[in-house]
Every structure is written in C-alpha cells, then in structure tokens.
Design a protein around this ligand. Sequence first.
Ligand code: OAD
Length: 269
Amino acid sequence: MLSIDDMDMEKNNKNIDDNNELTLKLKKTFLDSSRVVFLTGAGISKESGIPTFRGQEGLWRKYDPTKIASYSAFVDQPSLVWEFFYSRQRLISLSSFNTAHESIGKLEKIKKPHGCWVLTQNIDGLHQRAGSKNVIELHGNIFGVCCINCYYKKNYSHSDFFNYYDEKKLPICHNCSKILKPNVVLFEEPLPQDEWREAIRLSSSCDLMIIVGTSLNVSPANMLPNYAMDNGAFLVEINPEPTWLSRIMDVSIRGNASNVLPQILDSIV
Ligand code: OAD
C-alpha cells in the first residue's frame, strides 16, 4: 500500500518542502482548525460502484441530462426521469460506503461537535451511512420525493427503497395527486436555499477545506473553495486528475479517495 509520503502530491504552497513536512502540516492543520470542511463529489463514491458524471465512463457520456435529469424533462416526461432515477436508486440502495466515506466519518469524531462538516454534491447518502453526522446535501437525496405543486416532501432511506419501489407506477402526492419528483436538484433548478446559505457560512469560516472527488465543473457548488480561500483556509484536493481549480489549492493529492483518506486518518490519529 502506498504511504502518504510516497503519493504524488503537487505542492502549490512554496513553503512546504517535502511530503513528510506536508503530512505533518496536514495533521497540525486538521487538529488546530476550529472548523474543517470536506467538499465531496461523485468520485468519492466511484469505488462503491456508483459511476461519476464526467470522464470516460461518466453518466453524462451515456445519457443526455437535459432529457432525463432536468426540470423541464420532469414536467414533459416524468416517466423518463423516474426511469433514470429508479435505476440509480436501485444501484445506490444495493451499494455500500467505502473507506473514504468511513475515514471522513471517523475524522468528524476527532473534532469537537460542529468542528467538522461534509458539504456534498452527492445524492447517495453514503456519508451518513458511513457515520458522518454533519452532512449538508447540496443536491438533495435520491431517496426523497417532493411535490412541485403543494411542496409535500417525504424522505425514505436506502433500506426502505424496496418497500415503496414500483417501476411501473409513478409516485403520486397524497395531498394533491400530482406526480412526485425525486427530491434532488435537477438541471434548471436552484440549490435548496437553506443548505446553500449554510454551505457558504461554513466554507467562509473554515480553516481547512478538503475537496474530494469532484471535477468542480458545476456551479454554484464549485464556488465554495473560493469562499474558503477568502477566509485564508488551507486547501487540499484529493483527485486522480487535475481540476480547473487545482491552481488555487495549497496541495493536490493525486490518488483515489479510498486510498488517500484512510492514510490521512492514520497520520492524524
Ligand atoms: P464529476 O463526474 O463531474 O467529477 C468526478 C470527479 O471525481 C472527477 O474529477 C474525477 O477525476 C474524480 N474521481 C474519479 N475517481 C475518483 C476516485 N476514486 N477518488 C477521487 N476522485 C475520483 O462529478 P461531480 O463533480 O460530483 O449534479 O459533479 C457535480 C455535479 O454534476 C453532480 O452533483 C451532478 C452532476 O451533474 C446534479 O445532478 C445536479
């Protein structure tokens, strides 16, 4: 197994001379920070068997999101949108969290209450299943439903899924009989405002932001590292590929989240 010292790290911070120094710096920064924020995306769940959106095998290479994951597609052809989300619900309900989610859950326990947060673009609920308590879901949760007519909402969990799942029937609102929407942010929809405000508040007040498995292509979530940077936070990116914001990171660790995060955890505890 690779040690964190051997990993391919791009050190953008000119004061850090070697990987050992970097490991110590990361440990100290984590322990000293009054607030640590993880910003996560699809890459963290890749090794749980859930495909990412972009890149070679990304979902948006296979499917056109405007046809199956946009608000107008839901209004025009809800059955197509539900077909896509039912198949993802099925996959996610059968998946398990991996060592990356688990390490973040354990790192949260080391910090004081509310000292460590996950802001996730993922809708799979794997952070919570792995033990993280302070999780803000920026794009909703795939096991929830909501009504665009009367605003009824209900959250299910991955383990309820096979009790309410019926591929042939669209879910109907108990209040107003309209077709329910998956409670996720579709293209053309804004982020849930309470979650977004909280994400800005936490990013603007963190001392360390660790950005894991996101291409940072999607706005507005990709603005959060800038809020952290404006607060003088130390920025670390964990991703096998560079992203367009790699240039603002203090450190970019080029590796899979499920390898790198357990090593960060080991170096801290
Ligand atoms: P993307 O598919 O855009 O990016 C996934 C990132 O994960 C890429 O930068 C990969 O290099 C990286 N990656 C792949 N395998 C990894 C691994 N094992 N460990 C760490 N990183 C790895 O996914 P997101 O950035 O999450 O929105 O996409 C953001 C949003 O775009 C999604 O929430 C979704 C999508 O459209 C909505 O559906 C609203």
